[in-house]
Design a protein around this ligand. Structure first.
Ligand code: DHB
Length: 314
């Protein structure tokens, strides 16, 4: 019997599939749809301290090979997601999920948000988003290795619950080395690679214009465009991080084959953004069926038999 069961941070899930934060996870109603879908788990929209409208529209456009977005952190505020999470934790303790936490204002807001969670009854996983590319005037935190280390030192001085970080893509071997050296200093439970490839530009062929309004058309790129970068980041960090730090693979998962490749690179859980936006939560039925078919064809009965076992040519 083939199983797609995934183990992650001490819990077992029916399968490794989740939404990627930002897609289908703004409201309790959307989160309920994910909880009732074929996804193994789910993650909430990145929360800021206060609720936000986000950037002007159009701010998310599907493209033939993916998507471009500059949402600007629209969300209902940390108090909303914390209340929702505590309710879920009480009512459906057997359905674990992840709370995503971001910051609009920078360093101090990250710390304040984590302090609120520490002081709350929520005990589940948190994904600290260090990689939102869409706040005008604010850099992606995890591209600044010193600031990232400083932030984690501050958070670990008071935070005692399990959490991980969502990273932007890196494109240089030295940067893989540097971010891993920073993260390995902390008792992080996981890293999520990758957020969108930040600040891409798409031009409409019919109009010769950009396609989203914020930031002159610059936005985060997802979908097919990003899979090789995502796989490289999952693989490179799996090779460098302490074995206790698990990996969530995100980026370019459209098919069971894409999911399989992320697992080969060492991912434990898999997040789907662009394709979930295009296809809706039924995408998880298809992905489960396609991944199961691959395991069966290759003679595997579980993910553990091939996870992280990508072969090289030397
Ligand atoms: C947004 C985009 C991201 O890629 C992210 O990590 C967080 C927020 C946004 O624009 O809302």
């Amino acid at each position: 019997m083939t199983t797609l069961q995934a183990t992650f941070c001490g819990q077992t899930y029916d399968n490794p599939f989740m939404n990627a934060s930002g897609v289908h996870c703004m409201t309790t109603a959307e989160l309920d749809e994910l909880a009732n879908s074929a996804a193994g788990s789910f993650v909430t929209k990145s929360a800021t301290a206060d609720s936000r409208e986000g950037n002007p529209e159009p701010r998310y456009i599907n493209l033939a090979l993916g998507s471009i977005n500059s949402m600007g952190l629209p969300n209902l505020g940390l108090a909303y997601y914390l209340a929702d999470a505590i309710k879920r934790q009480t009512e459906t303790p057997d359905v674990p999920f992840i709370m995503s936490v971001a910051s609009y204002k920078g360093f101090d807001e990250y710390v304040d948000n984590m302090r609120q969670i520490q002081d709350s009854d929520y005990t589940g996983l948190v994904e600290l988003n260090l990689s939102c590319p869409n706040v005008p005037g604010k850099p992606q935190m995890a591209y600044d290795f010193e600031d990232t280390a400083r932030l984690l030192i501050e958070i670990f001085s008071f935070y005692t619950k399990p959490f991980g970080v969502k990273l932007p893509p890196y494109f240089d071997i030295q940067h893989f080395d540097k971010i891993a050296a920073v993260l390995n200093q902390f008792d992080l439970k996981f890293v999520n690679c990758i957020n969108s490839i930040g600040n891409g530009l798409y031009i409409d062929e019919a109009t010769d214009t950009v396609v989203i309004k914020p930031k002159g058309g610059f936005g985060g790129i997802g979908g097919e465009y990003v899979k090789p970068t995502a796989l490289a980041n999952v693989r490179a960090l799996k090779q460098r991080l302490n074995p206790s730090i698990e990996i969530i693979g995100t980026g370019g998962i459209l098919t069971g084959r894409d999911a399989y490749e992320h697992l080969l690179c060492g991912a434990s859980m898999l997040q789907v953004g662009t394709q979930l936006q295009k296809e809706g939560p039924a995408v998880f039925d298809r992905l489960n069926a396609e991944l199961r078919h691959i395991l069966e064809t290759k003679g595997y009965t579980s993910i553990a038999e091939f996870k992280g076992k990508l072969a090289t040519l030397d």
